[in-house]
Design a protein around this ligand. Structure first.
Ligand code: FES
Ligand code: FE2
Length: 347
């Protein structure tokens, strides 16, 4: 599947940058291959439109904010968040009706990030109860581009077999390659997976897990939200909770904007945020080169015969089926690099 070729994916919300990144003015972003510009108007609302002026195509992100509008830096045409041109400063008669317009998109602030939906939303921004739960804090961890598709990253997050190998230096144990058993329950938003994983306490492991000894156990509840968001809720025997939200916002078919933050029910005095980030940084640096070596064009259909599977791939296979169902429900067919994949051709 190529994310930019499946229009239904434009109907989900994606986090694209921190809200504070807009303090210095409008900012560009490429979402699902579409160049957009986002800004915060004088009324405090977030706005997003296509990053291309309809006069002579200049990037509006090179312009500036005036009141609630964005003004093109080339000749000063102004646009509101719906994409309507509200001012052509060159016209003598300023009461003249303006019919020029560009595409406008939905934008909202949540969890300290700017979220954008390029179409009519078919799902809400995921609700993370920890954000409002007493005793929890949010630590922003990573904001960076990975050269991999969102679906590969989602599958990896629910893959118990990769831990012993990819994470052999951090929390995995290569002597124990047999994966922990898992339980998958499908939800309207995606799926829930519960598993109990014995893990090694190396490096900052003791500090971050709040446990003693060289080993501990993670009770994990992982939630997948269609299409490219997961929350990995880890509970350690100490009662400490570490709920990691990872979003793989699709920039294009090859690259994802990784947005990761974590909710923890402890304080800075108990565990320094810098240590929490350093521990998870080691883990993500283990995943990244492997994921960047995978083919971003994930085959949704088993019948393509391109990939073989094992029992621990079940969550990923459920994701592929749910993606196929989503496409079918919106009259779409999976698009691959070679064009539209026809089921009969693959069988
Ligand atoms: S290109 Fe934007 S106003 Fe001319
Ligand atoms: Fe991993």
């Amino acid at each position: 599947m190529l994310a930019t070729k499946q229009p239904v994916l434009r109907r989900f919300w994606y986090p694209i940058m921190k809200c504070q990144d807009l303090e210095s003015g409008p900012r560009p972003f490429r979402l699902l291959g579409q160049d957009i510009v986002v800004w915060r108007g004088a009324d405090g609302a977030l706005q997003a439109v296509v990053d291309r002026c309809c006069h002579r195509s200049a990037k509006l992100s090179r312009g500036f904010v005036d009141g609630n509008a964005i003004v093109c830096g080339y000749h000063g045409w102004a646009f509101n968040g719906d994409g309507a041109c509200t001012r052509v400063p060159q016209w003598k008669d300023q009461s003249r009706k303006i019919n020029f317009r560009i595409d406008g998109y939905k934008a909202a602030a949540r969890y300290g990030y700017v979220w954008v939906c390029l179409g009519d939303p078919i799902a809400d921004i995921p609700e993370f109860p920890e954000a409002a739960a007493p005793g929890f804090r949010q630590i922003d961890q990573f904001y960076e581009v990975w050269r991999c598709s969102g679906l590969r990253l989602m599958e990896n997050s629910f893959d118990n077999s990769h831990i012993a190998f990819v994470h052999k230096e951090s929390f995995g144990n290569i002597e124990q390659p047999e994966p922990a058993s898992l339980e998958v329950v499908e939800t309207p938003e995606g799926l829930d997976m519960n598993t109990v994983i014995p893990v090694m306490n190396r490096g900052l492991g003791n500090a971050v897990s709040g446990t003693e000894g060289t080993m501990t156990v993670r009770h994990t509840n992982a939630k997948w939200y269609l299409p490219f968001i997961r929350k990995l809720g880890i509970t350690y025997p100490s009662g400490l909770r570490h709920s990691i939200v990872t979003c793989a916002t699709p920039i294009d078919d090859e690259q994802s904007q990784i947005v990761q933050f974590v909710f923890r029910n402890d304080s800075e005095e108990q565990t320094k945020a810098a240590d929490v980030i350093a521990f998870d940084r080691k883990v993500t640096l283990e995943d990244q080169p492997i994921l960047e070596s995978t083919d971003p064009d994930v085959p949704l259909d088993h019948a393509s015969g391109e990939e073989f599977h094992m029992a621990s791939d079940k969550p990923g296979l459920v994701m592929r089926r749910r993606m196929r169902d989503l496409l079918a429900a919106h009259g779409e067919t999976e698009v691959r690099r070679g064009g539209v994949l026809r089921r009969d051709a693959a069988e």
